[in-house]
Design a protein around this ligand. Structure first.
Ligand code: G4P
Length: 525
């Protein structure tokens, strides 16, 4: 197969949802279709359980398993599918944000009874920042659900994207009869206990009496009415508006019952984008370019403290990646060869000789890589990562064992490279502040510093509201501000100035006293 064909047949995406909407279940069903796993439950075991919120030992165990499911690749119908796993737990939302920088599209799972939930809204904001095309799968129709029109309105309003249903549910809960697939004009009947896959019944003309025969007069009447409304209200599906992230196609189904999943997958493969051009600071890079380029979007530390190897996840953006070939690590300006790059085929990890744009390659690393690093065939290129977002929680981190200060510094440094949390160093007194999205990360950091680096840390409370990155055309005012607020000024790990506001009120005052300074909750504006 030629290079271009290899690119065109790749679909690299992530499934995102609010916890419990059914992301894990849907992922598993897709893998079952791909023959990548053979029993349900294989992915489930990777999930960080709700009950584990305060049990970081459990999290550590889960983290070990999750290497295997970080990327789930499989072949289906001539396509090479790469699903990038995202942690459902909201304390790890940053990981999910970063993973979204490595995908070409996204499937959003929404619970039909609960509608759009908080975490989904947040993740959608990241998709919007990058114009990522999304498909929505409304799940759990086998349970009493909200009205489908209301659900669609909710998606439009909450996720700020137009929708176009490509399937339509007939009833829900105990009365769930099935879905009519507008994409292939077929009726799929639902039988809760039966998980066999049957082809749909082709009903091109909805006035056909076959509809009554299948679902009864009342349901047929209602389905006709609703479907007429659907075609009247929503614009025709156009792949262009989907690709431009203006319209989200919507499917209905029940992942647990493997219902509506195959149709989703098959339509997804047809319409979802193959590897898209990637934006570097210097220029836009297309997948078809001959020279290899890629960036690291995730780093996974080894669980075994005796082998402090890490695995860097490299997303290939252009060209063919080859084993034992000289590549350029742009940030440190060094050339290196990778002798054992791995690919991920669901449960299996194996050494590969080559990879194509859209693929994720795992590279064993002893500390050369940071999240966001670019690797190329030689060009000095820097892929644009995601901006840093202000953390929600802050604590001072102190050394609790004076004999181990070097280990502590190294440990903190490496954990920050991995993106476990953000580090801010006070410009006033040099104290270090760790900022996280969730409370869990503090425990993870303390535990890992001890077990992987032999260093002991101690936290001290600090009362902070937000970290703000500063923007101003007025250098004099900016300098004046930094001088006056020195106590609250810190540097982030890239050496950028950050104002650590201790309350919303303090921030408000700063904004009104320094009119020429903009305060941002993220590092790029
Ligand atoms: P998540 O990854 O988005 O957090 O969700 P997950 O797939 O784990 O699903 C959350 C719960 O919802 C699970 O039940 C799962 O079985 C259930 N579920 C998923 N899809 C459907 C569906 O189509 N219909 C119904 N009725 N339920 C569905 P649980 O009780 O939390 O877990 P488990 O003990 O069943 O594994």
């Amino acid at each position: 197969m030629g290079f271009i064909d290899e690119i065109n047949r790749r679909r690299t995406f992530a499934i995102i949802s609010h916890p419990d909407a059914g992301k894990t279940t849907l992922t598993e069903k897709l893998l079952l279709f791909g023959g990548a796993i053979h029993v349900a439950g294989a992915v489930k075991s990777n999930k960080i359980k709700k009950t584990a919120t305060s049990d970081f030992m459990e999290i550590e165990k889960q983290r070990g398993i999750s290497v295997a499911t970080s990327v789930m690749g499989f072949e289906y119908d001539g396509y090479k599918v790469n699903i990038l796993d995202t942690p459902g737990h909201q304390d790890f939302a940053e990981d999910t944000f970063r993973t979204l920088t490595a995908v070409d599209s996204v499937i959003i799972v929404v619970d039909a009874a609960k509608g759009v939930e908080a975490q989904t809204r947040k993740l959608m904001e990241v998709c919007r920042m990058r114009n990522t095309p999304v498909i929505v799968f409304i799940n759990k129709l086998d349970r009493p659900s909200k009205d489908p029109f209301d659900l669609l309105d909710e998606v439009e309003e909450e996720l700020k994207i137009k929708v176009r249903p490509l399937s339509w549910p007939i009833g829900n809960g105990p009365q769930f009869k099935g879905v009519y697939n507008l994409f292939d004009e077929s009726l799929y009947l639902f039988e809760p206990s039966k998980q066999v896959l049957e082809d749909g019944i082709s009903i091109k003309d909805l006035s056909d009496s076959a509809l009554e025969e299948q679902i009864g007069t009342d349901s047929a009447e209602l389905a006709r009415e609703e479907l007429e409304l659907v075609t009247g209200v929503y614009p025709e599906f156009e792949s262009e508006t989907y690709m431009n992230a203006e319209v989200a196609p919507v499917f209905f189904g029940s992942a647990l019952n493997n219902f509506g999943v195959k149709e989703l997958l098959e339509c997804f493969l047809k319409i979802a984008p193959s590897p898209q051009p990637a934006q570097a600071e210097e220029r836009l890079v297309t997948a078809e370019e001959e020279k290899m380029t890629g960036f690291v979007f995730k780093i996974h530390a080894n669980m075994d403290p005796n082998h402090r190897n890490r695995l860097a996840f490299l997303k290939i953006c252009s060209g063919k990646f080859q084993r034992n070939t000289n590549y350029h690590h742009v940030r440190i300006g060094k050339n290196m060869k990778f002798s054992s790059p791995t690919a991920f085929m669901a449960e299996k990890k194996s050494i590969i000789d080559e990879a194509y744009p859209g693929d994720i390659v795992g590279i064993p690393d002893t500390g050369n890589f940071k999240i966001g690093d670019t690797v190329t065939s030689g060009e000095k290129l820097n892929y644009k990562g995601l901006p840093s977002f202000s953390p929600e929680l802050f604590r001072y981190i102190e050394n609790a064992d004076p004999m181990k200060s070097k280990q502590l510094a190294k440990g903190i440094d490496q954990l920050m490279d991995e993106g476990v949390a953000q580090l801010f160093t006070s410009q006033f007194n040099g104290r270090k502040v760790i900022g996280t999205v969730g409370a869990l990360q503090f425990e993870v950091i303390e535990y890992r510093l001890l077990h992987e680096y032999g260093a002991k840390c101690r936290y001290e409370p600090i009362n902070l509201y937000k970290a703000c990155w500063l923007e101003s055309d007025d250098q004099a005012e900016l300098d004046d501000f930094k001088k006056r607020k020195l106590q609250y000024m810190a540097k982030d790990k890239f050496g950028r100035d950050v104002f650590m506001a201790d309350s919303a009120y303090m921030l408000q005052m700063a904004e009104s006293n320094f009119k020429n300074i903009k305060f941002h909750f993220k590092s790029e504006f």
